[in-house]
Design a protein around this ligand. Structure first.
Ligand code: ADP
Ligand code: MG
Length: 259
């Protein structure tokens, strides 16, 4: 059984008589424990597809199955962790208290166990935030806050993480650093990640598969298997093989723009 399967999914939005065809005939099959990126121009339906996989939006046609069940059912079993563009941290709570949120929201009597609190602390340490456990979000830079959002998803217990351009608000240097940290955390946790990005280099570095999409309507142009060795460290980005993947995907995206 495929872990997550997206079968011929189409989606239209109707607003004030205007119809936007957001997705057409999307078919993707993802294996458990893999890292998959969705890449494509703005408006090609990446967020919509991510939301359909996570049960936050419904498809007009086609079907999504997550661990053999519909996304809404998977969601009710707490199978998803979301990482949005801006980290949703409560300003009146400390960083460690914010790490508890996924255990409280939508969980009957949910609380972090002492082991889970320890894991949350370890994850914060691993991304250089060990000195900020009791700080408030406003004392952290944007990049630091985003790291909290990411490690919180890893600490949440959900096996599938859906990340929608989590690095888009960061400067290039911070963004690279967080990319390498995300890779190290993923190496040790092996969750299934669906990651939306605009950055080709980021997608190739992180992923097992890159789904290249075209816009209006959003379709799959090609699914590129990234057969680079793991664990991946930043030196990889200097290798010929890595650059060939980047070049190939750039070409796929450029073709679409020229139409
Ligand atoms: P991306 O994340 O790739 O930038 P989106 O999934 O956000 O693209 O949007 C795909 C298309 O669907 C866009 O044309 C967008 O304007 C449209 N769209 C997205 N959400 C809605 C909505 N709730 N209502 C109407 N149109 C929407
Ligand atoms: Mg989007």
């Amino acid at each position: 059984m495929t872990y997550i399967s997206v079968n011929q999914v189409s989606k239209q939005f109707r607003r004030r008589g205007q119809v936007t065809e957001a997705l057409r005939d999307i078919a993707i099959h993802l294996e458990e424990g893999t890292f998959v990126s969705l890449i494509g121009p703005s408006g090609c339906g990446k967020s919509t597809l991510l939301r359909i996989i996570g049960g936050l939006e419904t498809a007009d046609e086609g079907e999504v199955l997550v661990e053999g069940v519909a996304p809404l059912e998977a969601q009710s079993h707490k199978r998803f962790g979301f990482v949005p563009q801006a980290p949703a941290l409560f300003p009146w709570r400390t960083i460690l208290e914010n790490m508890r949120l996924p255990f409280e929201v939508n969980r009957k009597g949910g609380r972090q166990t002492p082991e889970q609190t320890e894991e949350a602390k370890e994850l914060l340490h691993s991304v250089g935030l060990g000195d900020f456990l009791n700080a408030y979000p406003k004392e952290l830079s944007g990049g630091m806050q985003q790291r909290v959002g990411i490690v919180r998803a890893f600490a949440s217990g959900a096996p599938i993480l859906l990340m929608d351009e989590p690095f888009s608000a960061l400067d290039e240097i911070t963004r690279e650093r967080i990319r390498y940290q995300l890779m190290e955390i993923w190496d040790s946790h092996k969750k299934t990640v669906v990651f939306v990005t605009h950055s080709i280099r980021e997608a190739v570095f992180l992923s097992d598969k890159v789904v290249v999409m075209s816009s209006r309507p959003g379709r799959v142009t090609e699914i590129v298997d990234i057969e680079l060795p793991r664990p991946r460290r930043h030196e990889l980005e200097e290798t010929e093989e890595y650059l060939q993947y980047v070049h190939h995907i750039k070409g796929l995206l450029r073709e679409r723009w020229e139409h």
